[in-house]
Write a protein that binds this ligand. Structure first.
Ligand SMILES: Nc1ncnc2c1ncn2[C@@H]1O[C@H](COP(=O)(O)OP(=O)(O)OP(=O)(O)O)[C@@H](O)[C@H]1O
Length: 329
């Protein structure tokens, strides 16, 4: 459904010139910025895929190439077999796009009127538009604010309206850029459950770009990680967890202070990639380990070599932190 083959995009930029005032506009020497280096992936119909990466990794540039706004310097894109840059009209029919940071609705118009304008832009038959709106109303619960001007909507309501606007013309593919940005916890939960419904009930293929790892964990079967213009990971979220190592920490409380101190100094000397002592507070030792939860008992057995344990608790690694570490490396 979405095919990207060896996508590459570079921009020719000019360094600021040494001169002051108007003459600085002439600028210095040019250089090439490679925003996307060599990205290939195929997304099948009905997949819900996450697209993540640190700031400046090239996600927006990739999305702009997928949606036909930018032409790749080399490589190719096909959306349902269509080249989005050459066939703009068919692409507009195939694709719905939502940018969380801006709206495609008319600020002063009631939501209902925005849909009328969009329906006319997509040359939808009014009867078909009304039927589709009724379907989207059932899914996105628009009824309560359909007659409210967009500027008076809460951010969560506006996002629901924007989702309906992106889906009005029944596109089989939806590209979302930060659809939960700025929302509070409950509105985020709401939007996520609506996105799940759109994917499952309408069968829409979704590519989701976000900096919110909860979006990815809760929605995406597959995740693409873009770092410095190249795909550094493409696979299921579980595989990303094991790739990162997902260090979990265990807090183990020994019966005596001496035992805890003995364990602390022994583990400090131990040069192990899978087990590291990271803190000692009175009788409680904190260790980090890259093992899966099923091997918690193995770690406990190692810790018991230094003395009897009174208590032990495992803290699951935070996915968000782990992904930030992955970007940093
Ligand atoms: N039109 C442009 N002209 C010049 N450089 C650009 C242009 N668009 C993007 N870039 C550069 O390309 C690189 C990738 O930018 P892009 O916006 O695609 O990253 P991103 O992953 O979407 O980042 P963010 O998460 O911050 O939105 C950046 O270094 C950016 O400055």
């Amino acid at each position: 459904m979405i095919e990207a083959a060896h996508l590459h995009k570079s921009f020719k930029l000019r360094k600021p010139g040494p001169r002051k005032g108007l003459r600085s506009l002439i600028g210095g020497p040019t250089f090439v910025k490679e925003a996307v280096r060599d990205v290939s992936f195929t997304i099948a119909s009905g997949e819900f895929t996450g697209f993540i990466g640190p700031n400046g990794a090239g996600k927006s540039t990739t999305i702009k190439m997928l949606s036909g706004i930018l032409h790749p310097s080399s490589g190719s894109v096909r959306l349902g077999g269509i080249d989005p840059h050459r066939r703009r009209v068919e692409t507009a029919r195939t694709l719905g796009v939502l940018f969380g940071q801006r709206t495609q609705l008319w600020w002063d118009l009631p939501l209902r009127d925005s849909f009328e304008v969009l329906g006319a832009m997509y040359r939808m038959d009014p009867q078909r538009r009304r039927a589709r709106l009724a379907e989207l109303d059932g899914l996105l619960r628009l009824g309560e604010f359909l007659d409210t001007p967009v500027r008076k909507l809460s951010l969560g309501q506006r996002m629901r309206g924007d989702l309906a606007a992106a889906l009005l013309h029944e596109p089989p593919i939806l590209i979302l850029d930060e659809p939960t940005i700025g929302l509070d916890v409950s509105a985020k939960r709401d939007i996520r459950s609506l996105l799940r419904g759109i994917n499952e009930e309408l069968g829409t293929t979704i590519l989701l770009t976000t900096h919110d790892m909860d979006d990815i964990e809760q929605l995406c079967g597959r995740v693409l990680v873009l770092t410095d213009g190249t795909l550094s990971y493409d696979g299921p979220i579980g595989g990303l967890r094991s790739r990162i190592g997902m260090p979990a920490s265990i807090e183990a409380t020994y019966r005596t202070l001496e035992q805890a101190q003995a364990a602390w100094s022994a583990l400090q000397r131990l040069d192990s990639a899978s087990l590291a002592a990271v803190g000692l507070q009175e009788r409680t030792l904190t260790v980090q380990c890259s093992l899966e939860q099923s091997r918690f008992m193995d770690v406990l057995r190692k810790l018991e070599a230094y003395g009897e344990l009174e208590d032990a608790r495992m803290r699951e690694a935070d996915f968000e932190d782990a992904v930030q570490r992955l970007y940093a490396n």
